[in-house]
Design a protein around this ligand. Structure first.
Ligand code: HEM
Length: 302
C-alpha cells in the first residue's frame, strides 16, 4: 500500500503558500525531482509544516515512466468556451504547497525551499492564502459542502493500487480573481441562484438553475473530487485558489469544460463574477515514489 502525501488531508491549517517552479533551461528534470524529494529531509524541514510536492505530468513521466496514469497531461492549452470565454493555461514544471498554523513558519519554510531549488528551478509564480470566516470563500458562501469526508476522500482522489501512479493523485491548481464590486451588486437571492445554494447555510436550491455553479459541476454527473480551496489576496485584489484533487483527470477537465460552456454548453454563472488567472495540472506522487529520488541525493544525510 502506497502512502499519499499527508498534507493533502491536513485540514484546518490557517496559512498556505503555493509555489510554482519552472525548470531552468538545459537543466535535467531528474535533478529537479531529486531536489524536491530532498526537501522532505530533516536538514530542510521545520516542524509543523505540511509540504505537498507535485510535478508537471510530462516531467514526472520523463523520470518515472510507469509511475503516472497513462492519459494524464498538463494544462497545455487554453480552454475556450461560450461567448469568447477563456480559461488560460499557465502550466509550470513543479509545485509546492506549504501549509501551517501561521504565516511566519510558512514564509520561512517557503524561502528555504526556494533557496534549495534555485539552482535547478526558479520560482515562476507564488500565491499566499488564508481562511475566511472558517469555511467560506470570498463570495461569502460556504465552500466544500459537497466534499467527501476525510474517510471517503482517499478513495476519491488516490490513483488505485495496482495501476500506474498508485497512491498518487492529480491536482488542478487554478487562481481565480473575484470581481467583488460586481458580485456585491447582486442581492443575496441572485447570488444564491449563481452558486445554486443558500448563502447562510449552504442548502441546495430546488429547483436548481441550469447555469448555477453547483449544476455545472454536479459530481453525480462528472464524478467526485476533493477540494481544498482557499481565499487569497489583498483587500483590493483577491479571489479563490481552486485546489482540486481527483484520481482521474477526466473528472476535473469535464468540470472545467462544463463551467466554460465548451461545445455550445451553458456557461457557469459564477464565471461572470470570477475569472481564472492561472491553470495547471500536477501529479502528486506517493511518499514512496518521491522518496526513491531522495535516496539518490549525494548530499543526503550529511
Ligand atoms: C472562483 C472559483 C470557485 C469558487 C468561488 C467556487 C465555490 C463553490 C461553492 C461556494 C460551492 C458550493 C458548496 C460546495 O459544495 O462546496 C462549490 C461547489 C462545487 N465546486 Fe466550486 N468554486 C470555484 C471553482 C470551481 C472549479 C474550477 C471547479 C472544478 C474544476 C469546482 C468544482 C466544484 C464542485 C465539484 C462542487 C460541488 C458540486 C456538487 O454539489 O456536486 N469549483 N464551489
Amino acid at each position: 500500500m502506497r502512502t499519499p502525501q499527508s498534507g493533502i488531508f491536513a485540514l484546518g491549517t490557517s496559512s498556505h503558500a503555493y509555489l510554482e517552479f519552472d525548470l531552468q533551461p538545459g537543466a535535467n528534470p531528474r535533478d529537479l525531482v531529486t531536489a524536491m524529494a530532498g526537501l522532505r529531509e530533516p536538514r530542510t524541514t521545520i516542524g509543523g509544516i505540511n509540504l505537498v510536492s507535485g510535478f508537471r505530468p510530462e516531467l514526472w513521466r520523463a523520470v518515472a515512466s510507469d509511475g503516472i496514469p497513462r492519459d494524464f497531461v498538463g494544462f497545455n492549452e487554453d480552454i475556450r468556451g461560450a461567448e469568447g470565454y477563456v480559461m488560460p493555461a499557465t502550466q509550470h514544471d513543479a509545485v509546492l504547497w506549504l501549509s501551517g498554523s501561521a504565516y511566519d513558519v510558512v514564509f520561512d519554510e517557503s524561502r528555504q525551499a526556494i533557496a534549495a531549488l534555485a539552482g535547478v528551478a526558479p520560482v515562476a509564480d507564488e500565491t499566499s492564502s488564508w481562511p475566511y470566516r472558517h469555511d467560506r470563500d470570498l463570495t461569502g458562501f460556504i465552500d466544500g459542502t459537497e466534499n467527501p469526508s476525510l474517510l471517503e476522500a482517499p478513495a476519491v482522489l488516490l490513483v488505485p493500487e495496482g495501476t500506474p501512479g498508485a497512491g498518487g493523485t492529480i491536482l488542478l491548481l487554478q487562481k481565480w480573481v473575484h470581481d467583488s464590486t460586481r458580485w456585491e451588486s447582486l442581492d443575496v437571492a441572485a447570488q444564491e441562484r449563481v452558486v445554486g445554494r443558500r448563502k447562510a447555510d449552504s442548502v441546495e436550491l430546488d429547483p436548481q438553475p441550469p447555469d448555477s455553479h453547483v449544476a455545472r459541476t454536479d459530481q453525480q454527473v462528472f464524478g467526485q473530487i476533493f477540494r481544498r480551496n482557499m481565499p487569497y489576496g489583498t483587500v483590493t485584489n483577491h479571489g479563490t485558489v481552486f485546489v482540486g484533487f481527483s484520481a482521474e483527470q477526466r473528472r476535473l477537465t469535464k468540470m472545467l469544460d462544463s463551467m466554460a460552456g465548451v461545445n455550445g454548453g451553458i456557461r457557469d454563472a459564477l464565471t461572470h463574477y470570477t475569472r481564472p488567472l492561472t491553470g495547471a495540472f500536477y501529479f502528486i506522487p506517493s511518499v514512496e515514489a518521491l522518496g526513491q529520488f531522495a535516496a539518490e541525493d549525494p548530499t543526503n544525510g550529511r
